[in-house]
Design a protein around this ligand. Sequence first.
Ligand SMILES: [Zn+2]
Length: 492
Amino acid sequence: MAGLQKKRIAIGGIMHETNTFSTVKTTADLFKRYEWQVGREIFDHHAKVNDYLGGMIAKGHELGVELVPAFWANTNPTGLITRDAYRELIETLLNHIGKSGKLDGICLALHGGGLAEGIDDLEGTILSEIRKMAGYGVPVVATLDLHANLTETMVKEADALFGVNFYPHTDCFERGQEALENLLKIINGELKPVMYVEKLPMMIASSTTDLPPAKDINELCWKWEEHPSVIDCTFFHGFCQTDIPDMRVSVLTMTNGDEELARKASKDVSRKIWELRDLFYVGYPNPGEGLEQALDVPGGPVVINEMSDNPGAGAPGDGTHLLKVLVERNIENSCFGFIYDPETAELAHQAGCGNWITTLLGGKTDSLHGKPLRVKAYIKTLTDGRFVHTTQMYRGKKADLGKSARLKVGNVDIIVCSKRAQTFDEQIFKLHGIDVTQYKIVALKSENHFRSSFTPLAKKIISVDSPGLSSYNLLNFQYRRVKRPVLPLDPV
Ligand SMILES: [Zn+2]
């Protein structure tokens, strides 16, 4: 192992999932307010954290690699990354990799669903830029999100790509470990990866892998991974709110030098997806119907997740469709965690705990997600919005949602925060003194990531859909660029 200790691997990445239907432009400032880390700051924020970089760091230390932390930037999904932001991001990444000295490999955490103004394929472009600088002699490996819209450029420019298998993405840490370990094998000449991607003429809305049909497809991928030459076989769901020609479901198989085997596995898994395709297009109740169903469930808590306004998919997070139903019906023993509204959070902080405010809550980003709600609210708790995640996906990661408040409007406890994010775990409730297990109705904004923490404590989960930028009804979106024909827009 003595020889391995000298291997120098740069780690870092740029991560964004771009919702092209969003009106919120993604500036460098949005990254800087969320995650913008250079050099050793990457170790400070990710060592012992259950995310991609945390996995790379842990595996690097285990294998005696010298890790060179370069640059990492990440922010919540929003609209197109501006030209200026892209330039700053790529220059910072290249600059920090460039000054790392002689490298044996580069290991990146990317998404696969990123876009910038004039750039349809953020990750393919990042990888190409790195190749221009470092050449093809230095292996480059990357992790990808399950919602990646895979492109030929990504597959061509990376030596190996490792997508997360689960939604909720509970295996980011494991994929980070896998990427680093396999990169080292490539460096040592033990592995010559060949990738084959099969794309299907279909796009799907967010589908958890906890349940069929996605669960069954994963099982077939893992069956292929039992083959000694198959390094990885991954079902990528794609990100259906990115209107680009390449947006679609795909399967990527990576083998050790066996192209035919990679092709066979990708085609076999694609056949299974196609067989099960109808199961991906199901309807969901609207907020009113979902609440009725929840009230019929004996006991609690019943978790109602508002899928259509998921800030984790580029929706504004200040939508009022579900909250309006709770407030108008004045549902006893109900809580909502949380809505994005920095103005109301500021107003509450100025008024102080124990006082009353009258405000227009939410509905300020656009008109699609519901109008602002006029409420008279009692200020129960004020916080700085800071906590540490306990979800398996991000365990140990620090969250900062800015000035936050727990308001009481009639019977409903409502948490208001100053930064956009989906709800991953119960920590935002705990921070405001709410024990969700004691509530009948727990409402939140997320599509599937919340399941990792809430499935064990919920009596039942009811997903509701309404007009929104992450709605399940893909027929409501005005797609202009996606390659046609494609399910569910066209008969295929
Ligand atoms: Zn994802």
